[in-house]
Structures are given as C-alpha cells and as structure tokens.
Design a protein around this ligand. Structure first.
Ligand code: AMP
Length: 115
C-alpha cells in the first residue's frame, strides 16, 4: 500500500467510498464525479501506477479487472444497452489518480470518439 495514494486508502477502508463489489484481488466502487448514470471504478488491491506500469506478471490481474467490470455492468443491468470500459493512461489521456483503474460507464448513449 502507498500511503499517499487515494485508491490504496479506499481499498484499505481509510477513505469512504460506495463499494459495489470486492474480492481478493480487486475492489469496485462508484466514481465520486460520475460521467454517466452508472460510473464505477474497478481497481486492483495491489498498487500499480498505470496500465503502462503493468508487467507480464500482471496479465491475469488485468484480465480479472475487465471481467469484474463486465460482471458489475451485467449486475447493474447494462448488458443489453451496452457499457464502456476505459483505462486512462498518463496525464495526457486524462489519468488523474495514479493507481490503475478501469472506468465502467453505462446508463446512457456513449459517443465515439471520446473527447
Ligand atoms: P482518471 O482521471 O482516469 O485517473 O480517473 C480518476 C477518477 O477518480 C475520476 O473519475 C474521479 O472522479 C474519481 N475519484 C476521485 N476521487 C475519488 C473518490 N474519493 N472516490 C471515488 N472516485 C474518485
């Protein structure tokens, strides 16, 4: 755990969040500033700064995070209407919290390309 990392502190229960799902490798919670009716963040319990810092040893974990995003989307009723899983990587792509996370957005029509 990184003491100055917001998402490490949410995972540790030191900062409150609306937890939707958790297991031994990941935690999913609602984004505090939702960009869609459903906006959930799926984070690994382990601190990894970004997708760019993930290595071969993290391959199964990365797959797990995507499967959790799909499971949460399914449980929240978005399978038919569709949803989006996004990983902003680096400040230039909009990453503001440097603990790897998958955004899962659903509940409205989503445009392409994203801004
Ligand atoms: P990104 O900009 O891709 O790094 O995404 C970080 C996300 O974390 C943003 O969508 C923020 O709204 C969200 N966020 C920041 N602080 C919190 C918090 N305390 N609880 C839940 N979500 C947060």
């Amino acid at each position: 755990m990184e003491n100055n990392c917001l998402f490490c502190r949410i995972v540790a229960g030191e900062i409150a969040a609306e937890i939707i799902y958790s297991d031994e490798r990941s935690v999913a919670f609602r984004d505090i500033n939702p960009q869609a009716p459903t906006h959930v963040l799926v984070v690994p319990r382990e601190h990894i700064e970004s997708l760019d810092d993930a290595t071969q040893k993290d391959e199964a974990l990365l797959g797990h995070l995507l499967r959790v995003a799909a499971r949460v989307a399914n449980e929240m009723g978005h399978s038919e209407s569709g949803y989006r899983a996004v990983i902003n990587t680096g400040a230039g792509a909009g990453q503001s919290v440097f603990h790897l996370h998958v955004h899962m957005l659903g509940g409205r029509a989503l445009e392409w390309p994203p801004g």
